[in-house]
Design a protein around this ligand. Structure first.
Ligand code: ARG
Length: 320
């Protein structure tokens, strides 16, 4: 069964706080609108802290009243269909945003032969933009330089199955949105390799372990004890899977939905080993000065999570 985004429980308080905040603002503007509502009892400190240390999360407290209104907008039944009604609440006035992505990470982003960038991330951003009043333009860029590229002003934001990590905000001069999806790292091995049952087996043997350089798979394998000599780092995950299929690797560590994608395409040759052994949240990375974009995306993510559209989109992309 698909589990959908697993947002930290305290994050789930944010919509309640936003709603409460909106009521509070309404009370200042026009007290008659608030008749019958109890005073907000949400602890603002709890709502500000979504449950993990990324400093960018502070931004979630800044979502404005329009964003809260959007959270109550009725959503399209089919998540592939643009919800025209939600455009009414869009904050960004039709702004075109240029999104950097390493389009080599199915099912989140990959490049079609004609150059089109497809996957869960571009589809989700279309829905988010529909709420926020923007138009997204995805541009392929290398993972290795992706954070520096944001810092250099090459993009308005990065969306690339990026796990929220504080150091990535520092390296890019950016702030992450609230989480839009949660995943974990998983091991993939050859279907006929019965020796690998978990990360400890990768740490204690000479098994060659492939990862995409600088990803959380790289970190998870390294911190899981895989000896440096056994680490095989690749510029992209398709190159690692090619090596595994060729017999040049014993295992790969990557995001579980991406692992499932490749195993699904090669069911006779590959298998997922056990369950994910990390818990990570994806976020969109926005330059720290662009609070307008950050706030609009945060409001849209919360609304589409609440409505179940993100979970439905994951299902459409076969993401569990
Ligand atoms: N979630 C992992 C990370 O943030 C892997 C992301 C890789 N994304 C990509 N488009 N190549 O490190």
């Amino acid at each position: 069964m698909r589990s959908g985004p697993r947002l930290p429980i305290r994050l789930m308080l944010i919509p309640a706080l936003l709603l409460a905040a909106t009521m509070g603002i309404a009370a200042c503007d026009n007290s008659s609108q608030t008749a019958g509502y109890p005073p907000p009892v949400v602890d603002p400190a709890a709502a500000r802290d979504p449950g993990y240390p990324a400093p960018g999360d502070e931004a979630s407290e800044d979502v404005d009243e329009d964003g809260a209104d959007e959270a109550q907008t009725e959503t399209a039944e089919d998540p592939t269909i643009v919800d025209e009604g939600s455009m009414l609440g869009g904050d960004l006035g039709g702004r075109v945003i240029r999104i950097g992505t390493d389009a080599t990470y199915p099912p989140f982003e990959s490049e079609e032969p004609d150059g089109a960038i497809v996957g869960f991330d571009p589809d989700l951003l279309r829905l988010l933009c529909d709420h926020a009043g923007c138009t997204a333009e995805f541009v392929a860029t290398d993972w290795t330089g992706i954070f520096a590229a944001l810092k250099a002003g090459e993009f308005d934001a990065l969306m690339s199955a990026i796990t929220i990590l504080p150091e990535r905000e520092e390296n890019s001069g950016g702030l992450f949105t609230v989480p839009y999806y949660s995943i974990g790292q998983v091991i993939v091995a050859a279907a006929d390799n019965a020796d690998i049952a978990g990360i400890d087996d990768l740490a204690s043997t000479e098994a060659l372990v492939g990862v995409q350089t600088g990803t959380t798979g790289d970190t998870a394998a390294t911190e899981g004890g895989v000896p440096e000599d056994s680490m095989q780092r690749y510029d992209t995950i398709p190159l690692a899977f090619q090596a595994l299929l060729n017999g040049d690797l014993d295992a790969i560590v990557c995001d579980a939905p991406t692992a499932a994608n490749y195993v699904g395409e090669n069911p006779d040759d590959l298998r997922v080993v056990g369950e994910p052994f990390t818990t990570e949240d994806y976020g969109i990375l926005v330059p720290d000065y662009d609070t307008e974009l950050l706030d609009a995306l945060n409001a849209a993510i919360l609304a589409l999570d609440e409505s179940g559209d993100i979970a439905r989109l994951a299902e459409i992309h076969g993401i569990e």
